[in-house]
Design a protein around this ligand. Structure first.
Ligand code: FAD
Length: 436
């Protein structure tokens, strides 16, 4: 058994008192905060690091998956599309094609800050939510660890947008654990992608042999993805990552599902520390291998290693409804659909995201948003992507503000009122509303 110590009880200063507290400033969290504040709720957003955007900035995950369906129709509006338009206006968006959008990690921080600021969100950076604060059996705020010491923020409704469901779990919400590979993305310069592509297409056997060689050496594959600076050789690279300690690499790139399976736990500090160190080393070795062997990478330079580890999945908080593989394959629509997802997953079609997946089964005063909402493991492969988590964030923020306004718990919120509020805010709620 692990050795323990006793921590004495103490008084905690109250830093802020608001209507809606959003914990976690990733893509889901900043959308939740903006949506709540625009509805007039006094809103605070707590983020453990120094920037908004979560994995979409600090994680260097920059491809926006699922905004368009396989027919090329835009199926997301609201804060997702507003963010893309604002990025475009400042040169922070890159396009491979009209439907393949990549955000710039730095400009997204600036844009998300501005959207929160303009909406009147109180931002608390460098504040780590250590646990939920419970009063009368419901979540009534969060206890934070900050440089100013341990502090509390009180709220009528909290939104857990930590990605890992930290707040909900600490409040006693039931959850299931999901495991996918943990990655660590990078940004590089000096790459000649056209030369790399010509090599891969012109000499497929040699290219495959090189891929196998780098994997056999415990390295990672390096595929350059577009940034707004690709005209000067700058690309971001999505690192598939580790499946387990001393992990194997993955050779069968055609098996998408198995490719993402893993055993490392994103809520275990030992596994996180291991993955952080190990991936940095493997990236360094792989860059040296590519520089020496792969056409187009002769002048590659390492520009950035993501400051945030690439966690794809951890806690999925059990909700009033668990979105399942059968729902996705059947393209099931719901009375409480709060948005769509256009990923060509499981043969194409639309994924409908229901509000009840954001409402924990038995804990009041709380909503979830982002990659900790209620789905099965298979479905989380799609729902965790950046644009759909923004959709869940906007819906959670709207729902939290509405709950405060009408004086009910999120579980009692009339679905029609929420959908109307979302529609007014530009959300797309049915396939018929998709933009050609
Ligand atoms: C390697 C990798 C590649 C990916 N590729 C793609 C892709 O190509 N396209 C795509 O669309 N998606 C991709 N994804 C998925 C996507 O990046 C994430 O699932 C998405 O960012 C989840 O958003 P989120 O807001 O739920 O969580 P996160 O982005 O994880 O944000 C959570 C935020 O909460 C903060 N936080 C966490 N705990 C606390 C706490 N206790 N107190 C205070 N703050 C806290 C974090 O610092 C972070 O800012 C990828 C993910 C990975 C890891």
């Amino acid at each position: 058994m692990m050795k323990t110590i006793h921590e004495p009880a103490r008084e905690i200063p109250v830093l802020d008192e608001v209507d809606v507290l959003v914990v976690g400033g990733g893509p889901a969290g900043y959308c939740a905060a903006v949506a709540a504040a625009r509805r007039g709720a006094r809103t605070a957003l707590v983020e453990r690091y120094g920037c908004l955007g979560g994995l979409a900035t600090g994680g260097l995950v920059l491809y926006m998956d699922g905004i368009f369906d396989t027919a090329g129709r835009r199926v997301m509006g609201g804060l997702v599309w507003e963010t893309m338009e604002r990025l475009q206006a400042v040169g922070g968006l890159a396009q491979d094609s009209p439907t393949h959008l990549h955000v710039d990690s730095e400009w997204l921080q600036v844009v998300a800050d501005a959207m929160c600021h303009e909406a009147g969100v109180q931002l608390w950076f460098h504040a780590w939510a250590a646990s939920a604060y419970l009063r009368d059996g419901r979540v009534a705020g969060a206890i934070l660890e900050t440089k100013s010491g341990r502090q509390a923020i009180l709220a009528q409704v909290c939104v857990d947008a930590t990605g890992d469901g930290d707040l909900a779990a600490s409040a006693g919400a039931a959850f299931d654990m999901g495991y996918q590979r943990i990655g660590l993305n990078i940004k590089v310069g000096g790459v000649d992608r056209e030369r790399w592509r010509a090599f891969a297409q012109g000499e497929p056997q040699r290219a495959r042999a090189l891929r196998r060689a780098v994997l056999d050496e415990g390295g990672v594959l390096l595929g350059p993805n577009t940034t707004p600076h690709s005209d000067i050789g700058v690309y971001w690279i999505n690192i598939l990552g580790l499946d387990k300690r001393d992990g194997t690499t993955y050779h069968d790139e055609s098996d998408l599902h198995a490719m993402f399976e893993g055993q490392l736990s994103a809520i275990d500090v030992r596994d996180l520390s291991y993955a952080q160190y190990e991936l940095r080393q493997r990236i360094a070795r792989s860059l040296a291998f590519y520089k020496a062997n792969v056409p187009g990478f002769e002048d590659v330079r390492l520009l950035a290693i993501a400051p945030q580890l690439g966690v794809r999945e951890s806690r999925r908080i059990r909700g009033l409804y668990e979105l399942t593989e059968a729902d996705v394959r059947g393209q099931r629509a719901f009375d409480d659909t709060i948005g769509l997802h256009g990923l060509g997953f499981a043969g194409g079609g639309l994924i409908h995201l229901p509000y009840r997946s954001l409402v924990p089964t038995a804990v009041d005063g709380l909503l979830t948003a982002g990659r900790c909402v209620s789905t099965d493991h298979w479905t989380m492969q799609a729902v965790r992507l950046i644009p759909p988590v923004m959709v869940t964030g906007q819906a959670a923020g709207e729902a939290a503000a509405l709950s405060v306004r009408v004086g009910c718990q999120p579980r009692q919120l009339p679905h029609q009122a929420l959908r109307q509020s979302l529609a007014e805010a530009g959300a797309i709620l049915s396939g018929a509303e998709a933009v050609p």
